[in-house]
Design a protein around this ligand. Structure first.
Ligand SMILES: C[S@@+](CC[C@H](N)C(=O)[O-])C[C@H]1O[C@@H](n2cnc3c(N)ncnc32)[C@H](O)[C@@H]1O
Length: 202
């Protein structure tokens, strides 16, 4: 990764932690992804050449910058959703600082309503919002996934009861292999390989 971008991400993560420590209201905290989880997500994008990425839970754009930076190398783009307008304004500014704003489409509103209107298709969905509504969003997104699809969700270990219904839903998805990686707060990773005839050319 470009050292300037790495410095920006380090600075955002540090300042996000400071912000959250001084913010009594949970809904106003940034709650950024752990850097090691972000590195794994970035690696998965590169290895799977993911190009059509959807993020649910933008916050101030920390993880979105990781996604967009990885997408830049695969020739991809990112759609990201958050219901907090102040956080989306911060994400907009942070993505501009990162030089990645053109690769990201930001949507304001409730993710369950917004995904209904998204056309897709998506070859990677990263769930990092409220966890409880994720199963419904997954249901709505199923017809908008590419044959070769990767589903990721953070907090698989840190919020076991809130995320249980999502993990259960992913376990039951036909054609998907699912595991929880004990990194950061726990990353749920589910992959459906495309049938051989539908694999993308190099
Ligand atoms: C854990 S934070 C996301 C952190 C971000 N992915 C990062 O690593 O920088 C969760 C975000 O989801 C948003 N959120 C929660 N419920 C939502 C919903 N139903 N629709 C859209 N956004 C939601 C919150 O406003 C919050 O910014």
């Amino acid at each position: 990764m470009d050292p300037t971008l790495r410095d920006l991400l380090d600075e955002l993560f540090r300042s996000g932690r400071e912000h959250d420590a001084g913010e009594p209201e949970h809904a106003r905290r940034f709650l950024n992804l752990e850097p090691e989880t972000a590195r794994l997500v970035s690696l998965l994008i590169a290895l799977g050449r993911r190009r059509q990425i959807l993020e649910i839970g933008t916050s101030n754009g920390y993880s979105t910058i990781w996604l967009a930076s990885a997408a830049q190398r695969t020739g991809g783009r990112v759609v990201s959703i958050d219901l907090s307008l102040p956080k989306l304004a911060a994400a907009d500014a942070n993505l501009r600082r990162a030089g990645l704003r053109d690769l990201v489409e930001l949507h304001a509103g409730d993710a369950t309503e917004i995904v209904t209107a998204l056309v897709g298709p998506f070859d990677l969905v990263f769930f990092d919002a409220d966890r409880v509504t994720a199963p419904r969003q997954l249901d709505l997104l199923r017809p908008r996934l590419t044959p070769d699809a990767l589903l990721l969700a953070d907090n698989a270990l840190s919020h076991p009861s809130e995320i249980a219904a999502y993990l259960d839903a992913v376990d039951r998805l036909p054609g998907f292999r699912h595991l929880v990686v004990p990194i950061g707060k726990g990353l749920s990773v589910a992959h459906r390989p495309a049938p051989a005839a539908q694999l993308r050319p190099g």
